[in-house]
Design a binder for this molecule. Structure first.
Ligand SMILES: [Zn+2]
Length: 246
């Protein structure tokens, strides 16, 4: 290489490195905005129905896992995937109004809702990385997402055993495990998260001021959330999950 060629090559090399590093800096900074993290718009979500909308990477991995499960006679079916902020707000506020009309205090109503449901803006389903699944080979029980269906004689116990062995190979991890020391949301044997995307999203999510989000979004009952409640909700409901996902 003569001197001129060397200069050209190294200028190009430096330029390429700086373009690449700028690009990755920008993409990390901009990948997860407040609105993406709380389910208010995410360009990475693909699909057009409630059960097919998913983060594009999670969807590819899910399709691979579904193919593999089919070879063992299991038909993975998503019953819930991406859920928008708006949808979660409707679910939450309907329950809130119902419990208040049944005579519960606002705090009692909120605590009852958060046994299984999230406060809008805090659902992992907002990310498109998390799915609730069943086995479509069996007729649907009236209420599909019940722990008893996934054990013993339950219709989904074969699915559960299969997921225990294989799901992590595809990046899917159980979130709300049955560890008796775990607090927060109750055990959900049907709920899995696509870790390659949900782990970095959770890291970004942790930086959000969720009390501020609840107030900005005028969530019904949010005037009863104080900082102690938020601290407990954050440490138990958001962060007391399968440690593999932290
Ligand atoms: Zn779920």
């Amino acid at each position: 290489m003569n001197r001129n060629q060397f200069i050209k090559t190294s200028i190009f090399g430096t330029l390429a490195v700086s373009i690449v590093s700028n690009f990755s800096f920008i993409s990390i900074q901009d990948r997860y905005t407040r609105n993406q993290l709380i389910g208010k718009g995410n360009l990475d979500i693909t699909g057009d129905t409630y059960t097919s909308k998913m983060h594009k990477d999670a969807k590819v991995a899910f399709q691979e896992m579904k193919k593999e499960a089919a070879k063992d006679g299991i038909t993975l079916e998503v019953v819930s995937a991406y859920r928008s902020f708006k949808k979660q707000k409707e679910l939450f506020e309907n329950k809130y109004q119902q419990f208040i009309s049944e005579g519960l205090s606002p705090i009692e109503a909120i605590n009852k809702i958060i046994e299984y449901s999230t406060i809008p803006g805090t659902s992992r389903h907002h990310w498109g990385t998390d799915i609730d699944i069943i086995d479509a080979n069996f007729p649907r029980p009236e209420s599909v997402l019940e722990e008893e269906h996934f054990y013993g004689e339950g219709p989904y116990c074969k699915l559960k055993e299969w997921m225990n062995v294989h799901s992590e190979k595809f990046g899917f991890y159980e979130v709300y495990s049955n560890n008796p020391n775990r607090k927060g949301f109750k055990y959900e044997p049907w709920h899995f998260s696509y870790a390659p995307v949900s782990k970095p999203m959770l890291q970004e999510y942790k930086k959000l001021d969720i009390l501020k989000v609840f107030q900005e979004e005028k969530i019904l009952g949010s005037e009863y959330f104080n900082s102690d409640f938020i601290d407990i909700y954050r440490s138990q409901n958001i962060l007391d999950i399968n440690p593999e996902l932290l």
